[in-house]
Design a protein around this ligand. Structure first.
Ligand code: AMP
Ligand code: TRP
Length: 340
C-alpha cells in the first residue's frame, strides 16, 4: 500500500468547564498561538461535549465556552488564521466518536489514568461519557486528519490511545486512512504544578483558589498568590540539576522560563544564588506583565458576546468543510449506505 501524505494540520481543545488557569495558558494556549503560521492549518476547539461528562450548569457552560473563546483570542489566536469552534457545533466530532466507541477496547479505556483519577472511588456512579471520553477525543483529532496536537503532559496517554484507535481502524478495514498523530508536548511548562503542593498539577478543579493563577485574576491577586506560594528555605541553584527533589522551586523556575520565553538554564544563569524573597517579586512582576493584557482583552471581548458567537458559528462552517468529507469517507469504509 502506498503511504498517504497528510496536510500538516494542528488540532487541540480545552474543556469549558471552569476558568482558565496559568497551566492551561503555558501548557496549551500559548503554544497554540506559537503554532499559527505558514507551516500548519490550525483548528482550536472548546470541547463542550467533553465538559458535560461531568455535570455542568447550563448557564455556566455557555458562559465558560464564550470566556474560553475570549481567552484564546486575547492570548493571540487570530480567528482569521485559525479555525475557532465549539465542539457541539461540528456534529462530525460526535458522529466519528461513535465509530471509535466501536473500535476502542474496554481494556484500553480502563487503563486511562485520567479516568481513574476523576472517577476515584466513585467509578460506578460517574457518567458513561467520562469513561468513553478518550474515544471522542480521538475523533476530535482524527475527523480533521490532524497531524500535530499541542497539549500539556497530562494528555500524553490520551494521544497514545488516539494512535492506537487510528492504527486499529486502519488495520481492521485494511486502509491507510487515519494519520498517526504526533503529540507536541514541548516547552518549559508542560506540567505546571499547584502553588500549594509541588506534587499536584495546577488545576481549575482544585478546591483551593490559592493553588492556581486564574487568567482572570487581577495584578494584586497574582502577586499575592506568588508571594504565598510554597517554597523551600534554600537559595536558587545556578544549574537545572540543583532543582532535583525541589518540586516547588522547580515549578516557579519553569513558570518564569515559560513566561519569559527562555530556558530553565538561562533563567538560572540569571537568578541562581537568589533567595525566594528576591525571586518571587521578579516572578510576580513578569506574570502580571504577561497576563494583565490578556485578562484585560478577555474582559473587553466578553462585553460583546454576540461577536464571540459569530466567530464560533463562522468557524464551524469552515470546520465542516474539512470534517464532512472525512466522516463520509469513514462511513463508506465502514459500509454505511449513504445518500445518492
Ligand atoms: P483541560 O483544562 O483539562 O481541558 O486542559 C486543557 C489543556 O491544558 C490540555 O492541553 C492540558 O494538558 C493543559 N493543561 C491543563 N492543566 C495544565 C497544567 N497544570 N500544566 C500544563 N498544562 C496543563
Ligand atoms: N482531554 C483534553 C483535556 O482535558 C481536552 C481535549 C478534548 C483535547 N479533545 C481534545 C485536547 C483533542 C487535544 C485534542 O485537556
Amino acid at each position: 500500500m502506498t503511504k498517504t501524505t497528510f496536510t500538516p494540520r494542528v488540532f487541540s481543545g480545552i474543556q469549558p468547564s471552569g476558568g482558565l488557569t496559568l497551566g492551561n495558558y503555558l501548557g496549551a494556549i500559548k503554544r497554540f498561538v506559537d503554532m499559527q503560521g505558514p507551516d500548519f492549518e490550525t483548528i482550536y476547539c472548546m470541547v463542550d461535549l467533553h465538559a458535560i461528562s461531568t455535570w455542568q450548569d447550563p448557564t455556566d457552560l455557555a458562559h465558560n465556552t464564550r470566556e474560553l473563546c475570549a481567552g484564546f483570542i486575547a492570548a493571540g489566536i487570530d480567528p482569521e488564521k485559525s479555525i475557532l469552534i465549539n465542539q457541539s457545533q461540528v456534529p462530525e466530532h460526535a458522529q466519528l466518536g461513535w465509530i471509535f466507541n466501536c473500535v476502542a477496547r474496554m481494556g484500553w479505556m480502563q487503563r486511562m489514568t485520567q479516568f481513574k483519577d476523576k472517577a476515584g472511588k466513585n467509578a460506578q456512579n460517574v457518567s458513561l461519557g467520562l469513561f468513553g471520553y478518550p474515544a471522542l477525543m480521538a475523533a476530535d483529532i482524527l475527523v480533521y486528519h490532524a497531524t500535530h496536537v499541542p497539549v500539556g503532559e497530562d494528555q500524553k496517554q490520551h494521544l497514545e490511545l488516539t494512535r492506537d484507535i487510528a492504527a486499529k481502524f486502519n488495520h481492521d478495514y485494511k486502509v491507510d486512512f487515519f494519520p498517526m498523530t504526533e503529540p507536541v508536548i514541548e516547552g518549559a511548562a508542560t506540567r505546571v504544578m499547584s502553588l500549594r503542593d509541588g506534587s499536584k498539577k495546577m488545576s481549575k478543579s482544585d478546591p483551593s483558589d490559592a493553588s492556581r493563577i486564574n487568567m482572570t485574576d487581577d495584578a494584586d491577586t497574582i502577586a499575592k498568590k506568588i508571594r504565598k506560594a510554597k517554597t523551600d528555605p534554600d537559595a536558587l541553584p545556578s544549574e537545572a540539576d540543583g532543582l532535583k527533589d525541589r518540586p516547588e522551586a522547580r515549578n516557579l523556575v519553569n513558570i518564569y522560563a515559560a513566561l519569559s520565553d527562555s530556558s530553565v538554564d538561562q533563567v538560572l544563569a540569571e537568578v541562581g544564588g537568589k533567595q525566594f524573597g528576591a525571586f518571587k517579586p521578579m516572578l510576580a512582576e513578569l506574570a502580571v506583565a504577561k497576563l494583565s493584557p490578556i485578562s484585560g482583552e478577555m474582559a473587553r471581548l466578553m462585553a460583546e458576546p454576540d461577536e464571540i458567537d459569530r466567530i464560533l458559528s463562522k468557524g464551524s462552517l469552515r470546520a465542516r468543510e474539512i470534517t464532512a468529507p472525512i466522516l463520509r469517507k469513514t462511513y463508506d469504509i465502514v459500509g454505511m449506505v449513504g445518500p445518492v
